[in-house]
Design a protein around this ligand. Structure first.
Ligand code: NAD
Length: 398
């Protein structure tokens, strides 16, 4: 395994590739621009958890050394996508032009993705997975990469219809060879990523690697996976506030949230079947921290918000002698600016975990997710401590 020297002088994950599913989307484009800007000294690393002093010495690959590629089902050039994001104020004006060569390099590594539903002339899903694997192997070979981490940033899928659970890998692989599609694209990408020897991160609430057969595959191949659904806004605040109510013995009686979203993600989540995946993962934190609480989460699409989102949460709680009180908060964030640094963090941690031989789900990365795989811990400060302890272990690993 080719090791190289990290920014802090210790062992590192080596040359690391980051393969983005949904590579031409807002979050993916912002991540590529951001990594290039940091590398060129054009922007500080604000928002990057992995750059905190706690994580120096863990052997993470340097942000500026990450090599990008990916899949998408649209063809819009990455520099055009970045310019649009700059026009909408997501990226600083002029920055896309300054990192033009890095955008062109990533653009040259974007391949056609697996569409859903598949057109009639598509090969079996086994054939599609072979193509994705070949794309990943080619990327690794061309750039002489030691590790490749695949990060799913594609449009959130509708909650999957009930399907056979595929408890065993052999059962899944038999089904993949048949004529009918059996996996949603996110799980097909996860399967192909693992078969290609890559770690897998799901930043979306889609099914991804969360199938027993894919968990088996990750463990057998000694590969890590992490997810699901990046915790960037309303749920991030909830994961701080809910433990506060619990620790102060205050009884939360209802917690209602309304989210206004623009952009591609907002348009996609305007479909109630798709929004169901998102609202389910957004509610996990309350049940996990406070037990059953009345109230619901709504998501509305407001096109002229662009990449900005507004969350308004209304919390009713009872204090001493049953006195009822209310707390409200409003969170107004830039979706891609919140998400992109986490994508870089996750790629760095997962690459290092892969190099250090960690296999199966990475519960310590639950800090980054609304619905963490391998963990039912949602309290942000507890998650951060777990991440710190786990990362210290990575620093000690060969
Ligand atoms: N921004 C945040 O704060 C945040 C937080 C948590 C999760 N997420 C999730 O991250 C994902 C990306 O968000 P975004 O704002 O960049 O969305 P976006 O709509 O801008 O980008 C999604 C991209 O995925 C591509 N795509 C769709 N189907 C595909 C397929 N089958 N294969 C390959 N590519 C495909 C689209 O063409 C598009 O370029 C969404 O699922 C969103 O729910 C975002």
């Amino acid at each position: 395994m080719g090791e190289s020297s990290s920014q802090d002088g210790g062992a590192t994950a080596g040359r690391t590739g980051v393969w983005l599913i949904g590579a031409r989307g807002s979050v993916a484009t912002t991540a590529v621009v951001g990594a290039a800007a940091i590398r060129a000294g054009l922007a500080p690393a604000t928002g990057l958890v992995s750059e905190l002093p706690e994580f120096h010495g863990c052997g993470l690959p340097a942000v500026g050394d990450l090599v990008f590629g990916g899949h998408d089902i649209v063809e819009c050039a990455l520099d055009k996508r970045a310019e649009t994001l700059a026009e909408h104020g997501v990226l600083p004006p002029g920055l896309p032009a300054l990192v033009g060569p890095a955008l062109a390099a990533a653009d040259a590594e974007i391949r056609p993705g697996v569409p859903a539903p598949a057109p009639p002339d598509q090969p079996s899903q086994a054939g599609q997975a072979d193509r994705v694997r070949a794309d990943l192997s080619g990327f690794r070979a061309r750039h002489r990469l030691d590790q490749v981490v695949v990060v799913n940033l594609s449009a959130t899928e509708p909650q999957p219809p009930p399907r056979p659970a595929y408890a065993r890998l052999a059962e899944l692989e038999r089904a993949l060879a048949g004529p009918e599609p059996v996996l949603p694209p996110s799980s097909l990408y996860a399967y192909a990523a693992l078969r290609a020897g890559c770690g897998f991160v799901d930043f979306t609430p889609s099914a991804g690697a969360r199938l027993p057969a894919l968990d088996q595959l990750a463990r057998e191949l000694r590969l890590p996976y992490a997810g699901s659904d990046g915790k960037t806004g309303e749920t991030l605040v909830k994961s701080v506030l809910a433990p506060m109510f619990a620790d102060r013995a205050l009884a939360v009686t209802s917690w209602s949230g309304t989210n206004l979203l623009g952009g591609g993600d907002g348009a996609n989540l305007a479909d109630p079947a798709v929004a169901a995946s998102k609202t389910a993962s957004k509610q996990q934190i309350l049940a996990g921290t406070l037990g059953p609480v009345a109230g619901a989460v709504h998501i509305d699409f407001v096109p002229d918000l662009g990449d900005w989102k507004t969350a308004w949460d209304h919390i009713r709680f009872r204090g001493f002698l049953g006195v009822a009180m209310t707390m409200q908060f409003v969170w107004q964030g830039c979706d891609s600016a919140l998400a992109a640094p986490l994508v870089l963090d996750l790629a760095r941690f997962t690459a290092r975990a892969q190099q250090a031989g960690r296999a199966g789900p990475l519960p310590a990365l639950g800090f980054f997710f609304k619905d963490p795989v391998g963990s039912d811990e949602h309290r942000l400060s507890v998650q951060f401590d777990a991440l710190r302890r786990w990362a210290a272990g990575l620093g000690a690993a060969a």
